[in-house]
Design a protein around this ligand. Structure first.
Ligand code: PGA
Length: 253
């Protein structure tokens, strides 16, 4: 059975105090209300990780995630954070290749491949993001475009390593825009990606990979999205900043 995961991507939001209040609220409601069907991951800004880690320590429902990390182990990389540092504050998951990082920081598929390796070598689970722009979607080449992102960053892994990856499909045109991909559009892409994994690694491996949907997911549309056979959860931006909305999305399972 694939893991059902709902990860909150706080992006560059919340002061430390605000973030601690949000994390405590999520942890309280989630520990009471969410069943064993799904887990929550809080992907906070770096400066919150250590303190939020203490709030969620010991929970088997709420885990800690970072929004990025360096491919380097350490050294003269001003402003970067290593896998080792994330480990030292209890981080379990790390978002890699979010479209905002690809766009504003020119992250390439090759660079992301190195980050995936560094994360796995340090027992961090990558939440690997992929997704196409509106232009690519309108040209009808979205499946090829996204498949290529995954191929160039992930297909060097052997099957055992690949099984540790979580995928987040996030059409760029749906991120923060209020426009959600329809459940059929999302399901079609998730199925195409899973078929690609099956071709590369075999159906058994493909069936173990959690593929999350991201892009304006909220309590109102999550039940329909999550009812699709190849959608195994969500990567939630805006709606993860309100504890009630975030937990309600998780409870959509
Ligand atoms: P959104 O962001 O839910 O605000 O659209 C999703 C994401 O970028 O992870």
């Amino acid at each position: 059975m694939r893991k059902k995961i709902v990860a909150g991507n706080w992006k560059m939001n919340k002061t430390l105090d605000e973030g601690l209040a949000l994390a405590s609220e999520v942890a309280n409601i989630a520990n009471d209300e969410i069943t064993d069907d799904a887990i929550a991951v809080l992907c906070t800004p770096f400066i919150h990780l250590s303190a939020v880690g203490k709030i969620v320590a010991g929970s088997n429902k709420v885990f800690l995630g970072a929004q990025n990390m360096s491919e380097h182990a350490g050294g003269a990389y001003t402003g970067d954070i290593s896998a080792d540092m994330l480990n030292s504050v209890g981080v379990n998951y790390v978002i890699l290749g979010h479209s905002e990082r690809r766009e504003y920081h020119n992250e390439s598929n090759a660079e992301l491949a190195s980050r995936v390796d560094a994360a796995l070598a340090n027992e961090l689970t990558p939440i690997f993001c992929c997704g196409e722009s509106l232009e690519v979607r309108e040209a009808g080449t979205h499946v090829d475009f996204v498949s290529n992102q995954l191929k160039e960053s992930l297909f060097h892994l052997d099957a055992e390593a690949f099984k540790k990856i979580v995928i987040a499909y996030e059409p760029i045109w749906a991120i923060g825009t209020g426009v959600t991909a329809s459940s059929a559009q999302a399901q079609d892409m998730h199925k195409a990606l899973r078929d690609g994994f099956a071709a590369q690694y075999g159906q058994d491996v493909a069936d173990e990979i959690s593929i999350l949907y991201g892009g304006s997911a909220k309590p109102a549309n999550a039940p329909e999205l999550f009812s699709q056979p190849d959608i195994d959860g969500g990567l939630i931006g805006g709606a993860s900043l309100k504890a009630r909305d975030f937990v309600d999305i998780i409870k959509s399972y």
